[in-house]
Unconditional design. Structure first.
Length: 119
């Protein structure tokens, strides 16, 4: 099982980045996919989540209207389009996959990709 994030980097405030997370080793289309982030000295927080077949999408209040999550089940990939980036968006962004059945769940994490927003 692997989740491999890419697309991070250094960007100026107001800029854009598109993160990708490519999954392998499990049935991607059955999993809820979530982007989390963890900034320096901060707790990990949920950024955006998308259910299988994109039925439900949710965002943290801090990114609503600026970030867009999407998925391509044919490519086993989830994306995070980030526009209007702010210095407070600086963090390691991690991809998470979770499968839920009844009261049980199984999840996987990627290693993360660093996003730095600075002049």
């Amino acid at each position: 099982v692997q989740l491999v994030e890419s697309g991070g980097g250094l960007v100026e405030p107001g800029g854009s980045l598109r993160l990708s997370c490519i999954a392998s080793g499990f049935t991607f289309r059955n999993y809820v996919m979530t982007w989390y982030r963890q900034g320096p000295g901060k707790e990990r927080e949920l950024v955006a989540q998308i259910t299988k077949y994109s039925a439900t999408i949710a965002y943290a209040d801090s990114v609503k209207g600026r970030f867009t999550i999407s998925r391509d089940n044919a490519k086993n990939t989830v994306y995070l389009q980030m526009n209007g980036l702010k210095p407070e968006d600086t963090a390691a962004y991690l991809c998470n996959a979770n499968l839920y059945w009844g009261a049980s769940s199984r999840g996987y994490w990627g290693q993360g990709t660093q996003v730095t927003v600075a002049s």
